[in-house]
Design a protein around this ligand. Sequence first.
Ligand SMILES: C[S@@+](CC[C@H](N)C(=O)[O-])C[C@H]1O[C@@H](n2cnc3c(N)ncnc32)[C@H](O)[C@@H]1O
Length: 351
Amino acid sequence: MVKEQISKIAYKTLQQGKSIAGLAHKELSTRIMNFVLPDNKLGNLTIDKKLLVDIQNSMDRLREEDWNDAEKNIYPQKLLFDEPWLRYLTQYPKIWLDMPNTWDRRRKQNYKDLPKNIENENYPKYYLRNFHHQTDGYLSDFSASIYDLQVEILFNGSADAMRRRIIKPLKEGLNNFGNRKKSSLKILDVATGSGRTLKQLRGAFPKEKIIGLDLSGSYLKEASRFISNLNGDLIELIKGNAENLPFEDNSIQGITCVYLFHELPRTVRENVLKEFFRVLEPDGILILADSIQENDSPDFIQIMENFYKSFHEPFYCDYIKEDITSKIKDIGFNNIKSNSFFMTKVWSAIK
Ligand SMILES: C[S@@+](CC[C@H](N)C(=O)[O-])C[C@H]1O[C@@H](n2cnc3c(N)ncnc32)[C@H](O)[C@@H]1O
C-alpha cells in the first residue's frame, strides 16, 4: 500500500515536472521569437487565468485516469515511467537550432519547403507540405528525429498518457475474439509515426501481432529504432497509404489511429474510414484518437484556435467542426462511443 502511494506520488511528480518543462520551453521560445523575429500575423495568443486552471484540472484528470488504468492492470505500470531521456537529450538542442527556420517559414507562409529529392508522385497532394511549419514536413530523417519531443512539448508532457487512452477500449473490443489465440489477432496502428503508440500497444498486448503503417519512410526508420528492443514478437512496419491499405478485406481484428485525422482533408478522412471498415473483420474494433472538437470541448475552443493560427494545420479548422461520429456510423460501424481526455478525443466503434 505504502509502495503504491509512493509510486503514485512519483508518477504525478514526473508528470508535473514534464508539464512545467513544456510550459517553460514554450514561454521562452515565444519570447525569443517575439524579440528576434516578431510575427504580427500571429496576434495575441495568450490564454486567460481561468483557462489555465481548466487546463491544469483537465491534465490532472488525465493523470488520474492513466494511473487507475495501470492499477487495474489494463497496461503495465512501468509504461507510466518509461521516458526516453537519452533520446530527448539529443533531440532538444536540435529543436532549438531548427527553431529560426520554423519561424521564418511561418512568417513567409512558406509551407511547400520540402526536400528536393522526394518523388512527389509517391505521396497524396495534401501531404506534401510543412505541417506545423516543421522542417521537411514528414519527409526527412531530421524531421523524424525531433518529432517526438516536439509533440511532448506541445502537450506539456502528456502525449503518451493521451495515447494510452486507446488501450482500454481496444482491450474491450478484442474480447469479441476471446475464444481465439491471442497470437492470431492482428492490431494495425495506422499513421504510426515514430512509434510511440506501438510501444504502448506492445506493453499492453504482449502476444498479439502488431503492425505499424505510415506514409513516411523516415518516420518508420525512427520507429524501427525506437521499438527494436521491446520484448515480445517482432512488430511489423509497413510503408503505405491509409487510403489504400495493403491488407485483404476482413483480415484485421483491431485498428488504432492516433493524431492522423486532423491532418487530412474531409474527403480523405472519409476514404480512410471506409478502408478501416473494409479491412476489419466483422466484430473487429476501430479506435480513433485525435484532437478534441468544438462541440464537446467548448471551454477549450481558444486553445484549438491558437493551434491552427500558430501552426500550419490547414485541415484542422474543418476537422474540429466535423461530426465524425455520424460519419463513422454512416460507413456502417456500430456501438460507437467517444470520450475526451485533456486535448484528445477517443472514438471506439465495432464493425
Ligand atoms: C501527427 S503524426 C501522428 C503520428 C503518431 N500516430 C503519433 O501518435 O505521434 C501524423 C502521421 O500520419 C502520417 N500520415 C499522414 N497521411 C497519411 C496517410 N495517408 N497514410 C499513412 N500515414 C499518413 C504522417 O506521415 C505522420 O507520421
